[in-house]
Design a binder for this molecule. Structure first.
Ligand SMILES: Nc1nc2c(c(=O)[nH]1)N[C@H]1C(S)=C(S)[C@@H](COP(=O)(O)OP(=O)(O)OC[C@H]3O[C@@H](n4cnc5c(=O)[nH]c(N)nc54)[C@H](O)[C@@H]3O)O[C@H]1N2
Ligand SMILES: Nc1nc2c(c(=O)[nH]1)N[C@H]1C(S)=C(S)[C@@H](COP(=O)(O)OP(=O)(O)OC[C@H]3O[C@@H](n4cnc5c(=O)[nH]c(N)nc54)[C@H](O)[C@@H]3O)O[C@H]1N2
Ligand code: SF4
Ligand SMILES: [Mo]
Length: 739
């Protein structure tokens, strides 16, 4: 690792850091976590408060039970909330493990120099906020407001977006675009003129055939999708799981296609070949709604199942059979668009192939395909002055344009913080709810960027790794202790959900809206925060339509009237493409100099002795966001390395044996135990993302498992939208003597 000169990583929360007194308090302050406290999971609570979850980004409705001592004893699914329907995933149920995490950030901290050593010192909110405002003001004066960037993830981030827009910077980003679902979004927008959004508008519960291209539903535990997946199976839906790994979903599938990683586009093109040649597509639907069918036919004429076999390893006959099977369910045949699609840098092309397959099924707007969402029209907040003019963002390298980037690229802003990389340099960061060292590829670059900053601040709930690298750390109140804006997503039926405090903030933590407003005040931007509190903000929005916060008192959710969302209900689909039609052939791609029909580019091959590293989710964890949660840790407190049982044998490795991983660039992580299994191909290995946390302040999880992020030193950039393909890293295994 490079030497870090100016800025040293401080182990926030560790006593060795000097002045901080974070960490475990007296046992009585552990609330739900002391072994001697009687925990009654059956309690009905003295008070039951509806709100919504933040253990991942799906935002399920919760009911939090509070006992007579003001302690949250149980969190369950809100039956009135369309996304939870009375049930939560394990993470949502374990939310008190975050609220009562003894490692939580407790007070604002600033980095100071003491006897030649950098340490964090607890300070008052006044002092911390003054310091943030000073840092931001200095950057604005020296370099212009655009030299300051906001990285955010999670629902409270919008308060800080408001702050940044008022301050005058366009450099606002989130890793859930370029490292996650950006390419899928782009592909569907290019094809249907509609993204699939979050929550996705996939009509899983009505599907008759559901095809999963790596989407590992059940491990990827987005509550409503998993509930619908279960219901669909109950009703006899058939699953086609395309995954190099026998996922939980593959266990429910009629077909499991253990595809060679990175070759899905070849499979999809061959499926199209069969479907077009055999006339299995929805000709009437395409005639009415789509453009470019003839060009598509010509394009896939030579993409035969035999050709695809040589790339994918899926036998020719299986490709033919599954193509027919997928088509047999149309229009209720849904090829899931996926969510984390930042895989190989060729992802927009794969996303386009998936979108086109769906179009051939005639399923956009149809039952069992994609529904057309409704949303509750709650008036926008108004009352702030116009935001200042912004310069263009600094996220693309000098001279490079990713024509379909639909959002500012997070790794791009990171790179722009290394002088001379972009058109202008980024000099300061605000980081809200994203652990950038784990979320972005190439940790050394992230460290180099941090080293070059003039000022940085992190707003977090835990002493995550990123908090050790910044100048000021601000402790936010958790989702159970704060208001945020209303949630009004597109869904079958429109609704508005309220997040409200279940209990008051613990320690000195403060809600995001307050932090953003206070920084704004110090920057002379009060006018952009014309509300006294988040309640006042929400109330002002609601009042415009004659509604009020009291309307949420009973269930925490307002349901709009039921509205149609399918063509079958008499609705006409609206395609927001330039032609107003589904664009099988994409003129927009052609105009940008990119392949207008999906092309297949084979992935790089692993060097000798190496395996492609794949990673994904586990039902009880959300990346590093939950790995310090003691409750969830009881179910799974470390990750393991899935390796094909024969490969393990060839390597002389035993099931359960501890190893280190070394990647193609010499980066190391571990130790991690081998899971020798038949459930994965021999050319790749797999692990759950989020473990291997280096931050010592995360006392429960520190030192447990290995970090896939540490192995992602390379990424391949998607030329259409700038996403970072991260499945292009290879690891070898180094044996450790038994511990
Ligand atoms: N190697 C690798 N990289 C990946 C992925 C992968 O699988 N492997 N996945 C990618 C994907 S799909 C995504 S979406 C991104 C996600 O990456 P991130 O956005 O970094 O997500 P988390 O790991 O959840 O980071 C959450 C941070 O928010 C903090 N936090 C939790 N709750 C709150 C809160 O209420 N308020 C505040 N202020 N902070 C809070 C946590 O303590 C933690 O520091 O990572 C991407 N990067
Ligand atoms: N429990 C839980 N659920 C989550 C999250 C979480 O952290 N925890 N995070 C949420 C977020 S932000 C996201 S983006 C989603 C991500 O969930 P998904 O969209 O499902 O994406 P990935 O995690 O990339 O998918 C990993 C799966 O793809 C397979 N795979 C890897 N490479 C290939 C390939 O080349 N071809 C094919 N066909 N398959 C391949 C892997 O074996 C694995 O089964 O999950 C969401 N749901
Ligand atoms: S899916 Fe689970 S973690 Fe995510 S919001 Fe819903 S209950 Fe919370
Ligand atoms: Mo994601």
């Amino acid at each position: 690792m490079m030497a870090i000169s100016r800025r040293t990583f401080i182990q926030a929360g560790s006593a060795a850091a000097g002045a901080t007194v974070l960490g475990v308090g007296p046992a009585t302050q552990w609330f739900g976590l002391t072994p001697d406290v009687v925990h009654n999971p059956g309690t009905e609570g003295v008070k039951v408060v509806p709100s919504f979850c933040e253990l991942c980004f799906w935002k399920c409705g919760i009911l939090a039970h509070v006992n007579g001592e003001g302690r949250v004893t149980k969190i369950e699914g809100n039956p009135a909330h369309p996304l939870s329907q009375g049930k939560l995933c394990p993470r949502g149920t374990g939310g008190t493990g975050l609220l009562y995490d003894p490692d939580r950030l407790r007070q604002p901290l600033v980095r100071v120099e003491r006897k030649g050593q950098q340490v964090f010192e607890p300070v008052s909110w006044e002092a911390a906020l003054d310091k943030v405002a000073e840092g931001m003001q200095r950057i604005k004066q020296r370099h212009g407001a655009e030299a300051f960037a906001l990285f955010k993830h999670g629902y409270g981030g919008d308060w800080f977006k408001r702050l940044m827009k008022a301050y005058g910077t366009p450099n606002i980003t989130h890793p859930s675009y370029a490292q996650c679902r950006g390419s899928r979004q782009t592909a569907f927008e290019l094809t249907f003129g509609n993204g699939v959004g979050s929550p996705e508008v996939t009509d899983i519960e009505n599907a008759r055939v559901l095809t999963l291209i790596g989407s590992h539903l059940g491990e990827n535990m987005h509550n409503t999708q998993v509930q619908e997946f279960a219901r669909a199976i109950e009703r006899g839906a058939q699953i086609v799981a395309v995954d190099p790994r026998f996922s939980t979903a593959a266990g429910k599938a009629r077909y499991w296609l253990p595809i060679k990683p990175g070759t899905d586009t070849a499979l999809l093109l061959a499926w199209m070949h069969v479907i077009l040649e055999e006339g299995l597509y929805d000709a009437a639907y395409l005639e009415q709604h789509a453009l470019g069918l003839d060009k598509l036919k010509a394009h896939v004429a030579d993409k035969t199942p035999g050709w695809a076999y040589t790339h994918t390893g899926i036998p020719t006959q299986t490709i033919v059979e599954t193509a027919r099977f997928v088509a047999s369910g149309r229009p209720a045949s849904l090829i899931h668009p996926g969510r984390r699609t930042a895989w190989y840098g060729t992802d927009t092309q794969r996303g386009r192939a998936i979108a086109i397959m769906n179009a051939l099924m005639g399923n956009w707007g149809r039952k069992g395909g994609f529904f057309m969402p409704n949303s509750m029209g709650v008036a926008k907040f108004t009352g702030e002055p116009a935001y200042p003019e912004h310069k263009h963002a600094a996220d693309m390298p000098k001279g490079v344009v990713y024509p379909f980037a639909g959002s500012v690229l997070s790794h791009g802003l990171r790179d722009a913080s290394i002088p001379g990389h972009a058109e202008y340099d980024i000099k300061g960061w605000m980081v809200y709810g994203t652990n950038l060292l784990q979320a972005l590829p190439d940790q050394n670059k992230t460290l180099e960027a941090l080293k070059n900053l003039e000022f940085s601040v992190a707003i977090d709930v835990l002493p995550a790794e990123i908090t050790g690298w910044v100048d000021v750390v601000l402790p936010e109140a958790t989702y159970l202790e704060r208001y945020d804006d209303l949630h009004t997503p597109g869904w079958r039926q429109g609704f508005a959900a309220l997040r409200q405090p279940v209990v008051p903030p613990m320690y000195e933590s403060k809600p995001g809206w307050w932090i953003a407003k206070e920084i704004g005040k110090r920057l002379g931007l009060d006018a952009y925060f014309p509300f006294d509190s988040a309640e006042d903000y929400i109330q002002q929005r609601l009042a415009k339509d004659g509604r009020s916060l009291a309307d949420f008192a009973e269930t925490g959710v307002l349901l709009d009237k039921a509205s149609p969302c399918y063509i079958e209900d008499g609705l006409a689909p609206v395609f927001g493409t330039p032609s107003g039609k589904i664009e099988l052939y994409s003129q927009q791609m052609a105009d940008a100099g990119l392949a207008p029909l999906p092309d297949y580019e084979p992935p790089d091959e692993p060097p000798a002795g190496h395996f492609r590293l794949l990673f994904g989710r586990a039902p009880t964890q959300t990346f590093g966001r939950t790995v310090n949660n003691r409750f969830l840790g009881e179910v799974m407190d470390t990750n393991v390395l899935w390796m094909n049982v024969r490969t393990a044998k060839e390597q002389g490795l035993k099931h359960g044996q501890q190893v280190m991983l070394v990647n193609q660039d010499g980066a190391k992580t571990g130790p991690i135990a081998i899971k020798a299994t038949q459930r994965i191909r021999p050319d790749c290995v797999y692990m759950v993302h989020g473990y291997g946390q280096r931050a010592k302040g995360l006392k429960f999880t520190h030192g447990k498992g290995a970090s896939d992020s540490a192995m992602v030193t390379r990424s391949s950039i998607d030329p259409a939208m700038g996403g970072t393909g991260m499945n292009n890293n290879f690891v070898r295994v180094e044996r450790l003597e038994a511990v």
